[in-house]
Design a protein around this ligand. Structure first.
Ligand code: BTN
Length: 273
C-alpha cells in the first residue's frame, strides 16, 4: 500500500521537532529540513558545504529527482514508500577509514536486530537489500564536512524488468530489494517519519564516537552483523575467495589461493556465490 504524498510529508514533518530536540544538544547549530522534492539530498548538502555553509543539517526529502547511489549508480526514492535523508556535519577524526561501515553498523542496529550488513555498507535483510548508504566529504580550508546519505525502503520496491541483454555483462545481478514493512511485528506498522526518529539520534551519537575513536569500537559490532562472513565471494573485478571479515581499517578481507587480500576499492561489487 502506497501512502499519499501529503500524508507521507506530514509523517516526516511530525518527527522534525522531536528530532531537533534530541540532536541539538549533541550538535550545536543543528537544523532539520523536510522537503517535498529535491534533486538529491547529498548533492544539496555538498553544494552548500562548498559554498561555505557547513552547519550540521539533517535534510529529508519525500522524493529525489536525481538520487545517487554508490559506484555512479542512481537511487530511486518513491514518495511515501522510502526514507531518504542526508546528515551533514563537520567531522575531524584522526583517521577516516571505516566511516561508511560505522554508519552502516549504526543504522542496522537502530533499525532491527535481524538487519545485516553486506560490505561495505549495504543494509540487508534475509539476503535482500533494504537500503544503501552514500558517504561523501567536502573540504573547505582546514575543515572537512561529511555528508552521510541514506536511502531505506519502507515498502518493498518493484524491480524494473531485466534487460534481455544486460548493458554490462560483467556486472553482478542486482540484489532483489525488500522494504522495512516486510520485517513484520512492530516494524511493519512504522512510517518513514518514525523510522527517521528511530535512527538519526543514534547515528549522530555514533558519528561522534567515530570522530573520537575511529573504526575500532565498530569492528565487533560490524562482525556481529556481517552478512558475508565465511561465505564464498565473487568480486566484480573477477577475484574469488572466502570472506574473512574486515580489517582494522574496514577493508574486506578475502581469503584466496594466494593468501588473504584486503579489498578496499569502493569501485568493486561483491556477491556471495
Ligand atoms: C547505494 O546503495 O548505492 C547507496 C544509496 C544511497 C542513497 C541515498 S538517498 C539519500 C542520499 N541522497 C542521494 O542522492 N543518495 C543518498
Amino acid at each position: 500500500m502506497t501512502n499519499p504524498p501529503g500524508a507521507a510529508l506530514t509523517a516526516l514533518t511530525r518527527q522534525a521537532e522531536g528530532l531537533w530536540q534530541a540532536v541539538a544538544p549533541l550538535l550545536p547549530g543543528f537544523s532539520v529540513e523536510v522537503l517535498p522534492s529535491i534533486d538529491s539530498t547529498n548533492t544539496e548538502l555538498m553544494r552548500r558545504a562548498r559554498a561555505g555553509d557547513q552547519a550540521p543539517t539533517l535534510l529529508v526529502a519525500l522524493e529525489q529527482t536525481a538520487g545517487r547511489g554508490r559506484r555512479g549508480k542512481g537511487w530511486v526514492s518513491r514518495q511515501g514508500d522510502s526514507l531518504t535523508f542526508s546528515l551533514g556535519l563537520p567531522l575531524a577524526p584522526r583517521d577516516w577509514s571505516g566511516l561508511s561501515l560505522a554508519v552502516g553498523v549504526s543504522l542496522a542496529e537502530h533499525l532491527h536486530q535481524q538487519v545485516r550488513l553486506k560490505w561495505p555498507n549495504d543494509l540487508w535483510w534475509q539476503e535482500r537489500k533494504l537500503g544503501g548508504i552514500l558517504v561523501e566529504t567536502a573540504s573547505v580550508g582546514e575543515r572537512r564536512y561529511a555528508v552521510i546519505g541514506a536511502g531505506l525502503n519502507v515498502a518493498t520496491p518493484e524491480l524494473p524488468p531485466a534487460p534481455a541483454v544486460p548493458d554490462d555483462a560483467s556486472a553482478l545481478a542486482p540484489v532483489p530489494p525488500v522494504g522495512l514493512r516486510e520485517l513484520g511485528g512492530v516494524a511493519a506498522a512504522l512510517d518513514a517519519g518514525e523510522w527517521l526518529a528511530a535512527v538519526v539520534p543514534g547515528l549522530v551519537r555514533d558519528l561522534l564516537v567515530f570522530e573520537r575513536e575511529g573504526f575500532a569500537p565498530f569492528a565487533e559490532r560490524f562482525a556481529a552483523r556481517d552478512a558475508l562472513a565465511g561465505r564464498s565471494l565473487r568480486l566484480s573485478d573477477g577475484r574469488e575467495g572466502e570472506a574473512a571479515g574486515v580489517g582494522p581499517d574496514g577493508a574486506l578481507l578475502l581469503r584466496t589461493a594466494h593468501g588473504v587480500e584486503a579489498v578496499t576499492s569502493a569501485e568493486v561489487s561483491v556477491r556471495p556465490c
